[in-house]
Design a protein around this ligand. Structure first.
Ligand SMILES: Cc1ncc(C[n+]2csc(CCOP(=O)(O)OP(=O)(O)O)c2C)c(N)n1
Ligand SMILES: [Mg+2]
Length: 330
């Protein structure tokens, strides 16, 4: 009997159960948000569904005490691992005053929280990339042992910010991990119409840094790649580009209808590779997860989400008088 894959990566059974529970929590919060949106209770949803494995696998390879994450709008798995709660996320969905990201001022998905080491992002895609580079430069100048981790979609990897950020970080050997969450679509535009090269990671060679493509449905593969990138960054060897390939299982957002541009067969095919199922299967085969514990996890998560939904729905909106706060100096 050889070691399991997770043990070979230095992860305990407890670690992989935490991984599983965080992925499942992200999925279930997201599913609840769609129901709330369709019931007319929350205005907008932008999903993590299909990307939980990449998000949680990556986040677990970082150091929550030292490192900083600059996530993009789908990264519920990343921010949950960094300490955001179901309540925090529901408060944002309902746009309530207590929402830690923006006090109910921004759309959901604009995650931010100083105490969580989550750096606030902006709506123009890829702006978080040069921010991650700047933070890593600041950390280096101050002699801090920190790595910054930023994510973006494959469509966003065609923005200037991506190329400028990676080039600067590569020249200055900054401890940044650039992770592209390739979900095969940029709204309605399929991957073949976005890139002329085969992989987003192929671009790393142009910056003189390592670039790897991993299965984004496999949280252990993503963990391994991000761990290696974080170690490299801490050794002062510079940034790494990682591409985690999965599939966007939902429409782009609650305002999109994906039937206009992709077939149901294609979506169903991708669902067969859904990490929530494949990782559950892995854990069961490895003897880590029992049917009873799986059921218990589902029940516990449902209770957490019920509580978070009720709390956020009942919470007060921001005081209209505070609308200008953080806009003009006080
Ligand atoms: C600079 C900029 N251009 C366009 C948009 C509108 N927009 C929002 S998300 C998106 C698609 C991004 O696709 P991708 O980077 O693949 O991320 P995904 O949504 O697939 O995760 C676009 C075009 C924007 N927010 N910012
Ligand atoms: Mg995409």
């Amino acid at each position: 009997m050889g070691e399991n894959r997770h043990e070979r990566l230095g992860l305990t059974d407890e670690n992989v159960l935490e991984m599983y529970k965080t992925m499942l929590l992200a999925r279930k919060i997201d599913e609840r948000m769609w129901l709330l949106n369709r019931a007319g209770k929350i205005p907008f949803v932008i999903s993590c569904q299909g990307q939980e494995a990449a998000q949680v696998g990556a986040a677990m390879a970082l150091d929550r005490e030292k490192d900083y994450v600059l996530p993009y709008y789908r990264d519920m798995g990343v921010v949950l691992w960094f300490g955001m709660t179901a309540r925090d996320l529901m408060l944002s969905g309902f746009a309530k005053a207590e929402d830690p990201s923006s006090g109910g001022r921004q759309m959901p998905g604009h995650f931010g929280g100083k105490k969580y080491h989550i750096v606030t992002g902006s709506s123009p895609v890829t702006t978080q990339v040069p921010h991650a580079v700047g933070m890593a430069l600041g950390g280096k100048l101050e002699g801090k042992d920190l790595v910054t981790f930023t994510t973006f979609g494959e469509g966003s990897s065609n923005q200037g910010d991506f190329h400028e950020g990676i080039n600067f970080a590569s020249v200055h050997k900054l401890p940044v991990i650039f992770m592209c969450e390739n979900n095969k679509y940029a709204i309605s535009v399929p991957i073949q119409k976005q890139l002329a090269c085969e992989n987003v990671s192929d671009r790393a060679v142009g910056y003189g840094i390592p670039g790897v493509t991993v299965d984004g449905n496999d949280p252990l593969a993503v963990y391994e790649a991000v761990k290696a990138a974080a170690d490299r960054g801490r050794r002062g060897e510079g940034p790494t580009l990682i591409e985690a390939v999965s599939y966007r299982l939902t429409p782009h957002s609650s305002d999109d209808d994906d039937r206009a541009y992709r077939t149901r067969e294609e979506v169903e095919e991708a669902k067969a590779k859904d990490s929530i199922f494949t990782f559950t299967k892995y854990l069961k085969e490895a003897g880590v997860l029992s049917d009873e514990y799986e059921k218990q996890c589902h029940e516990e998560i449902a209770a957490i989400i019920d509580e978070a939904t009720d709390y956020a729905e009942a919470a007060p909106y921001a005081d209209p008088e505070s609308a200008m706060r953080h806009v003009f100096a006080e």
